[in-house]
Design a protein around this ligand. Structure first.
Ligand code: FES
Length: 109
């Protein structure tokens, strides 16, 4: 299965993924600038992505903790999610998410 990431520059990066893969890990393996500082503990929000509207309703809903973290994320949109909370399955083949423009990978500076 595939996941499309749209970078803040507007380029699309297509990553290969498998059922059970975590979206944050897939993004990082594809070289996308998502820090994921807390490694999925819902304590940062640096793994924030904006899900394409046509895909948003197909994801399992966000937990209350995730919603609370998203309130603190920079550049949130109606379809924002924490990528560390999204585990892929076959129904998500072709999932498209955008990397927010405000996401910086400090390791690159
Ligand atoms: S990696 Fe920290 S909230 Fe997702």
């Amino acid at each position: 299965m595939k996941v499309d990431f749209v970078t803040s520059a507007g380029d699309t990066v297509t990553a290969e993924a498998g059922p059970g893969d975590n979206l944050l890990r897939v993004a990082q393996s594809a070289g996308l600038p998502l820090e994921g500082t807390c490694e999925g503990q819902m304590a940062c929000s640096t793994c924030h992505v904006i899900v394409a509207p046509e895909w948003f309703d197909r994801l399992a809903p966000a937990s209350e903790e995730e919603e609370d973290m998203l309130d603190l994320a920079a550049g949130v949109a109606r379809t924002s999610r924490l990528s560390c909370q999204i585990d892929l399955d076959e129904t998500l083949d072709g999932l498209t998410v955008r990397i927010p423009a405000t996401s910086h990978d400090m390791r690159r500076f």
